[in-house]
Design a protein around this ligand. Structure first.
Ligand code: COA
Length: 192
């Protein structure tokens, strides 16, 4: 596993797009991804100083990745609820996504994704890190019976929901004809 910045980050954007489309297709994201959207969205990391991709590799192949970027570089759908809550977005480093192919889960890679991104945030001088997660109703028709929320995993990493910090992101769910807005709960921590 290694943190990638600059040209090394840019080189992995196509592989990250594939991972996002594959992994976020599952509940709770149900994301009907498109390469066109991914290209545009992921360019944000290429454009922004301070961005990182923590890449997990098998050989040269990216099998999982976690991203981070300064929150102040994010669009209003991401940083807006911090502003509305009276927080200064420039104090926060934002984790964009963690995506790991299912056959590689449960080996500690997700824990390492947090450790590496927090170390990167600290190197840049940030004391606060955050991420967001989609909120689905408990009785969502596509929720698999065995599905388990990641809330306990995140709490064990030191994160807690930030009261009132609920963003609003739009994408097309698998099986839907058009995009819909989703509530996104932010979680955060003060780094030790
Ligand atoms: C989130 C995600 C990356 C976590 O990946 P993961 O590698 O399975 O997570 P880990 O194996 O590090 O951690 C899971 C648990 O297994 C434990 N674990 C299992 N084997 C381990 C090992 N060999 N070494 C260390 N920890 C291990 C971890 O300690 C952790 O338990 P804990 O919370 O009690 O500490 C993965 O579930 C995923 O891609 N999910 C789908 C996408 C998603 O929802 N992303 C989050 C929102 S963007």
């Amino acid at each position: 596993m290694r943190p990638l910045v600059g040209e090394a980050l840019v080189a992995q954007l196509p592989a990250l797009a594939q991972l996002r489309i594959e992994v976020f297709r599952a509940y709770p994201y149900l994301y009907e991804g498109s390469l066109a959207y991914e290209r545009e969205y992921l360019q944000g990391y290429a454009r922004t100083d301070g961005s990182v991709i923590v890449g997990a590799f098998e050989g040269e192949r990216l099998i999982g990745a976690a991203t981070g970027t300064p929150l102040r570089a994010e669009p209003p759908s991401v940083q807006g609820c911090f502003v509305a809550c009276g927080d200064d977005p420039s104090q926060w480093f934002y984790f964009g996504e963690s995506v790991l192919r299912s056959q590689y889960r449960g080996r500690g890679i997700g824990v390492a994704f947090f450790r590496e991104r927090e170390a990167h945030a600290r190197r840049l001088g940030y004391a606060r890190t955050c991420f967001c997660a989609v909120v689905r109703p408990d009785d969502h028709p596509q929720r698999p019976p065995q599905w388990q929320a990641l809330d306990d995993f995140w709490r064990r990493r030191g994160y807690a929901p930030l009261p009132g910090h609920v963003g609003d992101m739009r994408w097309r769910d698998v099986g839907d004809e058009r995009e819909t807005a989703k509530p996104m709960q932010f979680w955060g921590r003060l780094l030790p």
